[in-house]
Design a protein. Structure first.
Length: 118
């Protein structure tokens, strides 16, 4: 049976610490993911609401684990570690607090730029 998200998040956190070669505080991990420490703490609570997919992706990138495994787990519950994860500095957009844009917002911005309007 697949583990709870909180268990997989803890395993991902440990994987990040292993890659860093040091202990990483909850405050530091939260900052890298782009959330507040209390929100990260809530995610660590078994049975709590799981984060949105954009934050799961950010967490997986930062920790160097597979996003699908982090979101859903698998039968073995072994962390699916990415062979060559990008460094958090390589993905600053994942640490922003801004929500993902809809296609309408993206295409609307592009059209306004072409017209030279705001």
């Amino acid at each position: 049976m697949a583990s709870a998200f909180s268990d997989r998040l803890l395993a991902a956190w440990h994987e990040y610490e292993r890659r860093q070669g040091r202990k990483v505080s909850g405050r530091e991990l939260a900052a890298l993911i782009g959330v507040s420490p209390p929100l990260l703490s809530q995610w660590m609570t078994a049975g709590a609401n799981e984060p949105p997919a954009s934050r799961v992706l950010a967490t997986a990138v930062v920790c160097g684990v597979d996003p699908g495994w982090l979101m859903f787990g698998d039968e073995t519950d072994a962390p699916m570690i990415r062979k060559d994860p990008p460094a958090p500095a390589d993905a600053p957009e994942l640490r922003s607090h801004s929500p993902l844009k809809t296609p309408e917002e993206i295409f609307g911005e592009a059209a306004r730029k072409r017209r030279g309007t705001k």
